[in-house]
Ligand binder design. Structure first.
Ligand SMILES: Nc1ncnc2c1ncn2[C@@H]1O[C@H](COP(=O)(O)OP(=O)(O)OP(=O)(O)O)[C@@H](O)[C@H]1O
Ligand SMILES: [Mg+2]
Length: 259
């Protein structure tokens, strides 16, 4: 039976919105991404011409699906947070405590929308501070639209599967990123690892939904964890620096208090 399964329905709806589907076979959309809210958001984004074509699925993660898309000649990545399967409790922990998002309602939908807005806002702060992150374009409810980082339609590899010629240089770039993110953008990434760093012509950091401002009660704890993750990964590849020293350089706090 054709025409009745979820993928066909999704394709039809997308086509009705005037979004061109680049490769129907590649666009494997799972049941849990296809909900009315997502379709309405896609519809609005298409109507406003933020998206003119949608391509294959790039990634299916714990909380979000990422798709390749286009706006005319411009290549885009769209990240769709799933309302139904999102890790709602973990998200709440990062939102509560961030003063920028005080007073939001705490239903599942609201948390996911706020999360999307938070990732957009974090990317904007980082991008405007000149940091190597994808340029954010727009968000609508549970959908974030950003610059695509990749060759042709393939995303740059994650650091974990890339083999940089000079790990020392990449290590230093990441430490500079942590410091600039804290000092210039006023953020701690809070999920920095070889999974959230893409290696193209240079290194880029992605996945900023969970990033928090330094006044978040757990910001310093997250910072310590980010530094430890980076040192763990590079420990096998090059000489790494003392974690307390890095922490002091980033925060200006010399006596590391118990955090
Ligand atoms: N702007 C982008 N350009 C190109 N590819 C991207 C972009 N953003 C994300 N991706 C691709 O999608 C993958 C997942 O992105 P991201 O880390 O933001 O999602 P995720 O929600 O962490 O997934 P998980 O739920 O597993 O944690 C990345 O590893 C990368 O391959
Ligand atoms: Mg990720």
């Amino acid at each position: 039976m054709s025409g009745n399964n979820i993928e066909d329905r999704f394709d039809r709806k997308i086509a009705e919105m005037g979004i061109r589907i680049k490769d129907v076979d590649q666009l494997k959309v799972r049941d849990d991404v296809l909900d009315e809210i997502t379709l309405v958001s896609l519809h609005r984004l298409a109507h406003k011409k933020w998206i003119t074509a949608i391509g294959g699925s790039i990634s299916t993660g714990k909380e979000a699906n990422v798709f390749f898309a286009e706006r005319g000649d411009e290549k885009l990545a769209i990240k769709i947070y799933r309302i139904r399967t999102a890790n709602f409790n973990a998200m709440s922990e990062y939102i509560i405590g961030d003063r920028r998002f005080a007073g939001i309602r705490k239903t599942r939908k609201d948390i996911v929308f706020t999360w999307t807005r938070k990732e957009f806002s974090n990317l904007t702060r980082a991008y405007e501070s000149g940091l190597p992150v994808p340029r954010p374009l727009v968000w609508d409810r549970n959908i974030l639209v950003m610059e695509f980082l990749g060759y042709e339609e393939r995303p740059f590899p994650q650091l974990r599967s890339a083999h940089p010629d000079s790990p020392e240089r990449i290590y230093e770039e990441i430490l500079t990123f942590i410091k600039d993110l804290y000092q210039k953008a006023g953020l701690v990434h809070a999920d920095l690892s070889e999974y959230n760093i893409l290696m193209g012509d240079r290194m880029y950091v992605i996945d900023m939904g969970q990033a928090v401002t330094p006044d978040h009660p757990r910001a310093l704890h997250f910072l310590v964890r980010d530094i430890a993750n980076v040192n763990r990964f590079f420990g096998h590849k090059c000489q790494v620096r003392d974690e307390r020293e890095i922490f002091s350089e980033v925060t200006g706090i010399t006596q590391q208090a118990k955090i």
